[in-house]
Structure formats: C-alpha cells, structure tokens
Design a protein around this ligand. Structure first.
Ligand code: P6P
Length: 353
C-alpha cells in the first residue's frame, strides 16, 4: 500500500487537474452558484464553445474542401461582400442554440434583423449578439480570424420582434468574449469577474483553462491601426500617428482581424484604433457585437475602450448595427490618443470663437 502522507503532486497529477478545469466548471466557479441562472449561463457558454469547435474544425480543413473558401456573391446588411465561411459560421451559432432552450434571439452582423427561436422565447430570456467571423479578409489566406459574442438578458416580451430592448448601453451585458482561430483555438471570456482564457485541446474536444484574471499592462509598444486610411483621418488622429512615428518604443502591428489585434494588446499592452474616416465618419466597427463586448473585456482586464470622446460602454445605440469609432487597449495608450482628440477640439472651439 503506497504511503500517501508524503504524496507530492507530480506533473502528471497537475496536468490531469488542469485538464479538468473545463469551461463549464469555470463558469460555475465564477458564479459561485448552482442557481438556475448560473446553470443557464454555464450551458450557454458551453454552446458557444461548441460553436467555436465546429468553426475551428471547418477552418482547419477549409483548403481541402469544396465551397468553404471564397465569396457567396451576396452582400450583407453592412454592404460587405459575404464569404462562404461567414454564412457557415452564422448558421453554426443558430444551430447550436436551436436545441438549447436558452436563447430566444440571435443578433448577428450577417443578419439584418435578429433571428428568433420561438420555442425558446417563453423560457430562454437571453439574447446572443455576435460577429460570427471577424476578419473575413483573412480566411482565404489562412491568417487568424475570430468570433465575437455578447450575452444580454431579454427585457420585456418583444412581441413585435423589434428588439428595441437591445438598444441599451454596454454595461447591460451579462457576458462577453471571443474565440480566436489562430495557431491554436482560444476562447476568452468574462462574466464581469475578470478575464479568463481557454485553449482548445482537439484531442479532448474541450477548452482547457490557460490563464485566469488576465490584466492588460498599463502601457505597451503596439499601436494597431490601418495607416492606409491616414488620408481619411481627422488631424487629431494624424497627429497621434506622427507622434508614434517620431518617438522610440512603438511598433505597428495590424492583422486585418480585430480579434487577433485585440488579443495581442490584451496580453502585451498597447492600443488598437479604428477611428472615423471620410467614408465612414462613425467608424467601421459595430457597437453591439464588436466594440461593446471587447470594451467589457478590456475594462475587466484593467484597460479602457473609448470612442475618443466617451467610454464605449456608456454609448446607447439607436439602431442594431450602429457603428462606432474605437480606441481600445492600455489605459495610458488610450489616454494618449484621447489627448490629441481633446487638444484638437479645444483648438477648434477657440478658433470658432
Ligand atoms: P480595414 C474585419 O472586416 C474588420 O471588421 C475587423 O476585424 C478589422 O479590424 C477591420 O475590419 C479591418 O478593416 O478597413 O482596415 O480593412
């Protein structure tokens, strides 16, 4: 009989324990409750994880299968050309929630109006807002892309299916996160109690805890912006760009996928910005299912997210697919961008007398 008194956890024991730190267990630990609401959120997160696994599997074989890469020939509500993968991923999220009983409505970048699952609506009091594939331009060249999600509680009965109750500020989000399809597939989420990251172990088919309570550095070297839009920017953003061009310690990183650029900044610090442009004065990124969920994450990690004028989480949208300028990342770096905007608005007010 082995004497267990001097038992020391071995690497193998540690690995087994870590492999048991699954997403659903972590959600229940976060909520420190086994209430029906906690069970619902745990089940909801698990369905999101299932969607991530299905999308990751499809992406891993995209180049080998017919009708996965390339365009559908359609244009979505955003006026953007739709990729076949956009449609596949959008349908995956709908399918995984159809049999769930959890979610009454799904609001997606790819759908003009929310998708209702009537059999879920009397009981499923949650709405999933999501961008099924963020960074579509990277799909056909095998670079990182992501899915972004936000969970809100349905308030009222929405019998006219106008979903007006979704037009609330970002503080109403119950949960937010993203799935990053990169060299590994990661799921990063918050329930409002810190930011936690999971890595998909394909051999287990489980997302396993990789990092808890992630904190974004107060400053980082990365500035992430599409400088090809320089000609379209306000002078304030141009002056910020000139500043980082002229000072040591900054590196430009821009992948074309918000989730990938955000993930780098979450872990290493810096700032991502997609400001308003001549063609898109309100910016390109959508508030409810891109900027607001990432703003919840970055604030939970000790960073900031701003329109340049106000916190992203304070913005009350007037319509489902509303766009917003986005400046997000380390507190010091977001403040630096805002300082240029503030100085320019002061000069403008002075010149206007
Ligand atoms: P641009 C992808 O289409 C996306 O919504 C974000 O993922 C990304 O950061 C941005 O647009 C890229 O836009 O205009 O720089 O190509």
């Amino acid at each position: 009989m082995t004497d267990m008194t001097d038992y020391q956890p071995t690497d193998a024991a540690f690995a087994v324990d870590r492999d048991c730190k699954t997403l659903s267990r972590h959600v229940l630990e976060q909520l420190q409750s086994f209430s029906p609401d906690a069970q619902d959120l745990s089940a909801l997160m698990n369905r999101i994880a299932l969607a991530g696994k299905l999308i990751a599997r499809h992406l891993s074989r995209a180049g080998l299968m017919e009708s996965v890469l390339g365009f559908t020939g359609e244009t979505n509500v955003q006026g953007e050309a739709v990729k076949k993968m956009d449609v596949y991923a959008n349908n995956v999220f709908i399918s995984v929630f159809k049999q769930s009983g959890l979610v009454c409505r799904l609001a997606s970048e790819e759908m003009d109006q929310p998708y209702y699952i009537p059999e879920n609506c009397p009981i499923g009091r949650y709405t999933l807002l999501y961008d099924p594939i963020d960074g579509s331009s990277n799909i056909d060249i095998d670079l990182s892309i992501g899915s972004i999600f936000s969970i809100r509680r349905q308030t009222g009965d929405d019998l006219d299916q106008s979903a007006q109750d979704l037009l609330q500020d970002g503080h109403q989000q119950l949960a937010a996160g993203y799935i990053l399809y990169g060299p590994s597939t990661m799921l990063v989420y918050t329930l409002g109690q810190g930011v936690h990251a999971f890595t998909l172990d394909p051999s287990l088919g489980e997302f396993i805890l990789a990092a808890e309570n992630i904190r974004v550095p107060s400053h980082g070297p990365t500035y992430s912006v599409n400088e090809g839009n320089f000609w379209q920017w306000d002078d304030a953003i141009r002056d910020f760009t000139r500043y980082v061009h002229r000072h040591e310690g900054y590196s430009a990183r821009y992948s074309g996928a918000l989730v990938a650029d955000f993930h780098r900044i979450l872990l290493q610090g810096g700032v991502f910005l997609y400001p308003g442009t001549v063609k898109k004065p309100e910016g390109k990124l959508r508030l409810l299912y891109e900027s607001a969920p990432l703003a919840m994450l970055i604030e939970q990690a000790g960073g900031r997210a701003s329109t340049g004028i106000q916190p992203i989480l304070d913005v009350v949208p007037t319509e489902l697919h509303q766009r917003t300028p986005l400046i997000i990342g380390s507190t010091e770096d977001v403040a630096l961008v805002e300082s240029f905007i503030y100085d320019h608005s002061r000069r403008q007010n002075r010149d206007d007398g």
